[in-house]
Write a protein that binds this ligand. Structure first.
Ligand SMILES: Nc1ncnc2c1ncn2[C@@H]1O[C@H](COP(=O)(O)OP(=O)(O)OP(=O)(O)O)[C@@H](O)[C@H]1O
Ligand SMILES: [Mg+2]
Length: 258
């Protein structure tokens, strides 16, 4: 079975006139098709850089990356990737529905692939039925992130890349969206690569967690999360969850942030 993401010995160096930064050094990992992997680590350890390498926004200095059995560039061109940023990045003059429809217009492809969910169905999937005609300023931060997720799901991407999508939200909203994201993941069957610096979020969401250490960004640990596939937030109170979270924190050292 071809991995959804296969990174082999990836290094990324940023060179400027003043200095050179090794953002990633010799990072290797695989994500199975339909898997959910969290990328966990402190600020500056290269999480966004790694996601950008997979998304074909950065070319690695060394190593190779294959996405859905092809190059990141091919995967992007085939519209097999969806990207959700930390900030929802919606266009304020367009309604929720028009924001979800946006990729259809900018990509020059006006129709969806056969069988793909419509923008309206995607808003329903993220719990926003009835809000189609609202503008971003009329929505809460959590609702705007849901619109951004619906937009990233347009066209049925097989790989969803999420860069701290809930980082700016309060804890209660983040908890709710964490539960919804697991439901969406199971309903769509997409592979998800999810960046966070919260140990709890990383462990709750994923079936595997890649912990990164900083300066230079490198793999600190890879853990398979042996929690049941059907889980709700109360699992965070179980001894199993607490033990995994403690182990992850130990991998990260004292620099870890909740
Ligand atoms: N375009 C760039 N040019 C130069 N240096 C960069 C660039 N992008 C990232 N870096 C550097 O690479 C390192 C990793 O940055 P990155 O944004 O990937 O970290 P991160 O883990 O996502 O951090 P955060 O949790 O704060 O978002 C940092 O030292 C950063 O300064
Ligand atoms: Mg980042």
């Amino acid at each position: 079975m071809t991995a959804a993401v296969d990174c082999r010995g990836v290094s990324v160096r940023f060179l400027s006139e003043r200095r050179s930064v090794t953002a990633l050094e010799d990072v290797s990992f695989e994500v199975a098709p339909g898997g959910f992997m969290s990328l966990l680590g402190p600020s500056g350890c290269g999480k966004s850089t790694l996601l950008r390498v997979v998304a074909d926004l950065i070319t690695p200095s060394e190593g190779s990356v294959s996405v859905l059995g092809t190059t990141p560039q091919e995967a992007r061109r085939a519209r097999a990737l969806g990207f959700v940023f930390q900030d929802a990045a919606l266009l304020p003059w367009r309604t929720a529905l028009q924001n979800v429809e946006l990729p259809l217009e900018v990509g020059g492809r006006r129709s969806l692939p056969q069988g793909a969910a419509s923008p309206r169905e995607l808003l329903k999937l993220v719990g926003l039925s009835g809000w189609e005609n609202s503008y971003p300023h009329e929505l809460s931060g959590g609702m705007r992130q849901r619109v951004a997720i619906a937009r990233a799901l347009l066209g049925g991407p097989r790989l969803l890349l999420m860069d701290e999508p809930f980082g700016a939200l309060d804890e209660i909203t983040r908890d709710r969206l964490n539960e919804e994201l697991r439901r969406i993941w199971m309903e769509t069957g997409a592979t998800i690569l999810f960046v966070t610096h919260s140990v709890y979020e990383a462990v709750y969401l994923a079936d595997r967690v890649l912990a990164l250490a900083a300066h230079p960004g490198r793999v600190a640990a890879m853990e398979t999360i042996g929690l049941p596939r059907d889980r709700d937030l109360s699992i965070r109170d179980t001894p199993e969850f607490v033990a995994i979270a403690a182990r992850m924190r130990a991998h990260l050292g004292h620099g870890a942030i909740h």
